[in-house]
Design a protein around this ligand. Structure first.
Ligand code: APR
Length: 178
């Protein structure tokens, strides 16, 4: 069974097999953790994302639809791979946000398993610009990761990386149930 860990800090510094980026469906970068990852990774990462976006330009839902995940190299980051997933924008909970957020965590783990990656670090997807209530998002993150690990036996370590204090406190309080 994989080890679940909690960390407060900057996901771009982690020397894990994969860090997960909270991207947008264009895959062409943005602010928040997406901006931090692209800044630390350098132009190579954007170039790889642009190739994926070009290849999927006829997709109606954009290069990476909400809830799905794609994988790239790390550019100059210390990790081996970056998994880009697109979280739901919070519209009040009436637009399938919970299941789409859960899909981000599950699809990222399935992709990591498929690529034989063993350690993966998640940011608090959708809880920044996309406005997802942090407490609800934290519960979905932990529950979905725990459930998905039965399908991804190759995953040995999952790190929840909280950048802001509020998320960190929420995850810390939930940690005793994980
Ligand atoms: N390391 C870890 N977590 C970080 C970092 C970092 N360096 N920087 C920010 N975060 C945290 C935020 O504190 C927040 O808790 O990532 C979480 C997700 O927030 P956002 O990055 O705003 O992502 P999200 O809410 O999913 O919105 C995605 O924002 O940046 C754009 O291109 C992105 O359009 C997309 C949207």
């Amino acid at each position: 069974m994989a080890v679940l860990e909690l960390l407060q800090g900057d996901i771009t510094c982690l020397k894990v097999d994969a860090i997960v980026n909270a991207a947008n469906s264009s895959l062409l970068g943005g602010g928040g953790v997406d901006g931090a990852i692209h800044r630390a990774a350098g132009p190579e990462l954007l170039a790889e994302c642009q190739k994926i976006a070009e290849h999927r330009k006829n997709h109606p839902a954009g290069a990476c639809p909400t809830g799905e995940a794609v994988i790239t190299g790390p550019g100059r980051l210390p990790c081996k791979k970056v998994i880009h997933t697109v979280g739901p924008i919070w519209y009040g909970g009436t637009q399938r946000e919970p299941s789409l957020l859960a899909a981000c965590y599950r699809n990222s783990l399935l992709l990591a398993q498929e690529r034989e990656l063993e350690s993966i670090a998640f940011p608090n997807i959708s809880t920044g610009v996309y406005g997802y209530p942090k407490a609800a998002a934290a519960e979905i993150a932990i529950k979905t990761v725990k459930a998905s690990l039965f399908e991804t036996p190759g995953i040995k370590q999952v790190i929840f990386v909280c950048y802001d204090q509020e998320n960190y406190e929420l995850y810390k309080n939930l940690a005793d149930v994980w």
